[in-house]
Design a protein around this ligand. Sequence first.
Ligand code: IPM
Ligand code: MG
Length: 356
Amino acid sequence: MKQYKIALLKGDGIGPEIVEQAVKVLDVTAKKFGFAVEYDPADIGGIAIDNYGEPLPQITIDKCKSSDSVLLGAVGGAKWDNQPSGKRPESGLLGIRGALGLFANLRPAVIFEPLKKASPIKDDIIGDNLDIMIVRELTGGIYFGERGRGEDDGMPYAYDTEKYSVYEIERIVRVAFDLAMKRGKKLTSVDKANVLESSRLWRETVNRMAKEYPEVEVNHMYVDNCAMQLVRNPKQFDVIVTSNIFGDILSDEASMISGSIGMLASASLSSGKLGLYEPIHGSAPDIAGKNIANPLATILSVAMMLKYSLGEQQAGQAIENAVSKALETHRTPDIYEDGKIKVSCSEMGDYVCTLI
Ligand code: IPM
Ligand code: MG
């Protein structure tokens, strides 16, 4: 029997409760599809600060590197908000992305048909089977560029730098082109080339690479326009490729089209097989421990893990189908609507398990 080792980074806030549901679903799926999963828990974020004095201890990096894949919940919380820069829970997340070389972040914004009413966007704007793939560069740009503080004539200042090399742009854009080839063959590259030099290099690079993909229809869009187009006419998009910070912002926006930020999964990939899978939402400290969080984004992240890292396509598809079916009748509070059964985080996990 095939055996996979998964590093389990539950993190903070709702992290532990949503990861627990995803593990339940993965166990049931493994049984059904004939493979075995072994879990190796490790600390990241606030909990790691409490236990190790730093948000990303070396042991966590080692455990991730010796696993087939990583499943992560979420990091952060008020308790650690006053930590110095570089010692905040979020630095643990950026650190693991960097340490594992996870430069390609795939954030699919899909709408499950039963959830259409939960979306704040009108039905006719969403259309049928909306399916946008946001490809976000994840280990470069302003998140990782030079930063600092200083003082000019007694006036304190701070700065962060957006810097991209051609190599970094090429490798993320290639991921996006390859995905576009497998999908609707349309690629929108999002930048701010009317202002930023790094965006102009990004655009030139995309145009040069487009010659290698003559079948893909390429267009460029400024990020402000893209933010507007996502709610005006989301159907125009197939694959969107963009920088770290623009992808962060646009993927939160795109998640609302699908009804709730509690629905969006993500895969962070390196040039090898190792991937990290996590919901795009945060640790939601306000609802942590109440068993009301929506575990579906994490469950769908497991589906992505099966498809992208473990080569278990059918098992991944089975989870996606089960989630879709569950949504017809069962809802956590964030996506609740009249006539449905309101369930807790763990009840949703249990129900999805019954549908595998
Ligand atoms: C995300 C999050 C992170 C990011 C934060 C928690 C550092 O917002 O994964 O989108 O900005 O990348
Ligand atoms: Mg974000």
